[in-house]
Write a protein that binds this ligand. Structure first.
Ligand code: COA
Length: 260
């Protein structure tokens, strides 16, 4: 794995942990974090030994406190449009072929919440706080917040978060369905790794097909979605892992999936 300045990547067996590492700036997303994270995800995408990625922030205070606001100074509309339309971190996570879990350990604001929203599953610590505070800067979300948050928690709740910019706490995020679990901070990592390892044991191609099919549900109508699902289901029948899964069940043993 390459050396990075603003992130770290650690492989723990089949789970890779990508940590945004600017704790003195509450892990806010500057251009370098974006570029390095996209590059790291490109490496992890090609690494067959990695089956699940966990994204988190360094320290105990913040997951990601949004875009690095200092980089907003003097930017033109065209520059910002280009930056946010290029190969962004949000899109790289969204289209990443393996499951990605956001391990939210504190402030999850603005682009941080948009990054979490691009992940497949979100879990957080009790001290986590969530907001889309862009409105307080006189701007709106640019990393998918208006679209992904609305699809995940519904228009009324998303609208209130986006129009007020107010923070919600971990319990409210759980009630909204924004996160799947809330853990005490000291248990967050162990519980997240438990979840990541459980998923990492499944058949990689079936995981990829599952992710693609579920993501397609909010991008299509029911008939298109059902057609896509059955096509992906059929592809699974061409894999060695399908054979292994079925044989293991019939032989009453644990399957060993190879991603083939
Ligand atoms: N961009 C750039 N720097 C940021 C940042 C961001 N989004 N969020 C925090 N920081 C920096 C602070 O400027 C400060 O740097 P300094 O020590 O050099 O002054 C450092 O991180 C610590 O933050 P601080 O504000 O002192 O911590 P706090 O506990 O008092 O407040 C927050 C925490 C999250 C409430 C506050 O930092 C905040 O509101 N951040 C901006 C959140 C935001 O609007 N994000 C959306 C951007 S579109």
């Amino acid at each position: 794995m390459s050396n990075y300045e603003t992130i770290t990547v650690e492989k723990r067996e089949s789970v890779a942990v990508l940590t945004i590492n600017r704790p003195d700036k509450l892990n806010s997303l500057n251009y370098n974090v974006h570029a390095e994270s996209v590059a790291a995800l490109d490496e992890l995408r090609k690494d067959d030994a990695v089956r699940v990625v966990v994204i988190t922030g360094a320290g105990q205070k913040s997951f990601v406190a949004g875009a690095d606001i200092s980089e907003f100074e003097g930017k033109t509309p065209v520059t910002q449009r280009n930056v946010f339309q290029e190969r962004t971190l949000f899109n790289s996570v969204d289209t990443f072929p393996k499951p990605v879990i956001a391990m939210i350990n504190g402030f999850c604001l603005g682009g941080g919440n948009e990054l979490a929203l691009a992940c497949d599953i979100r879990v957080c610590s009790e001290n986590a706080r969530f907001a889309q505070p862009e409105i307080n800067l006189g701007i709106i979300c640019g990393g998918g917040g208006t679209q992904r948050l609305t699809r995940l928690i519904g228009e009324g709740r998303a609208m209130e978060m986006i129009l007020t910019g107010d923070m919600i706490d971990a319990q409210k995020a759980l009630n909204y369905g924004l996160v799947n679990y809330v853990f005490p901070l000291e248990e967050l990592e162990a519980e997240t790794m438990k979840l990541a390892n459980k998923i990492a044991e499944k058949a990689p191609i079936a995981l990829q097909m599952s992710k693609e099919a579920v993501k397609f549900a909010s991008r299509s109508n029911l008939d298109e979605g059902l057609r896509r699902e059955v096509d992906l289901f059929a592809i699974c029948f061409s894999t060695e892992d399908k054979q292994e899964g079925v044989s293991a069940f019939l032989e009453k043993r644990k399957p060993e999936f190879k991603g083939k």
